[in-house]
Design a protein around this ligand. Sequence first.
Ligand code: ATP
Length: 359
Amino acid sequence: MSYRLGVLLGDDIGPEVVPEAITVAKAALDAVGVAAQWIDIPIGRAAYDATGTTMPADTIDRLAALDGWVLGPIGHQAYRELGEGAFNPHPIIRKHFDLYANIRPALSYANVPSLHDGVDVLIVRENNEGFQPDRNMVVGEGEFMPSEDMALSIRVITRKASARLARIACEYAEARGGHVTAVHKDTVFKLGCGLFAEECRKVAGEFPGITFDEVMVDTFALKLAMNPKQFDVVVITNLFGDIMSDLAAGLVGGLGLAPALQMGPKYAMAQAAHGSAPDIAGKGVANPYALIMSVAMLLDWLGRQRGDGALILAASAMDGAIKETIKDAKTLTPDLGGTASTGEMGRAVAARAASLVAA
Ligand code: ATP
């Protein structure tokens, strides 16, 4: 089989880390004999400078014709100074392709300075409703001001989104031989969180092989900060999940170690949890780990969707290669305590990915 995969570089450190992730993926795919065509699609500030918009009109159609794609970080905070055509494209993409589940692993490494050792938490975060006003309405925005002195934010929770998210979490837990924790606050948000929790309970009941419990979001923050090892798979609503996954990344060594896959029924997108990090852009020091792992998750997802064992093997070689590179600690970026550049770390991982397949 052959695949068509999109490359959307994004802003700031995007053009530094995304190409490294593609280099590693190419090395792994070549080694397992899978043909892939990588198609550049302009997005973000570069697209704005060339066309007057951060997301050209044909972007959705071009993405729909692909098997999957990689989206680099978007520096949307800087868009405020630009004109009307400058907007954050990723909520539109997530919504259009129904990428309802955001899978965010947090894994600690013994040799990387971190607040806790032995962390292996997988956060399964709802992606398209909740409090996020830029995607929780069909028309208009979920935030508005009836008067100069009052702002209202609407939070949307549906049975359908809660149940299908819980199913993804339970499937991951089943594969990891583990445990699902539903995180919410139904003591206060009796209807919204209540409905989410009810659906999680129902779905978990269909998976006799996993254990299931529930923790209030504030207690979860405390427990995660003090003893993250007690958690395995976490299913959580959108905004709570956004905050808790950054906390989880902070526990294991920072956002450079925070990959993510955005997945839906038909499409998936590799997009790291970190932003465009303008503070370190252009210095060649950004950690490519998060993007490399995000692309590995994309190839694994695609391999499972299409029943293609070679793709799954390539994904596992990428995963193994970056883990080995971190463990041997010779080619690490400064955030991980090393002195390597983004490119040096990317090339080291690519060489390892190819040799892991050959071994
Ligand atoms: P956004 O709101 O767009 O998600 P953010 O507010 O989460 O962005 P980031 O751009 O992710 O902010 O940056 C947060 C911090 O993490 C910065 O100090 C940045 O340098 C660091 N950081 C983010 N990504 C990386 C990376 N790949 N390698 C090293 N450091 C990173």
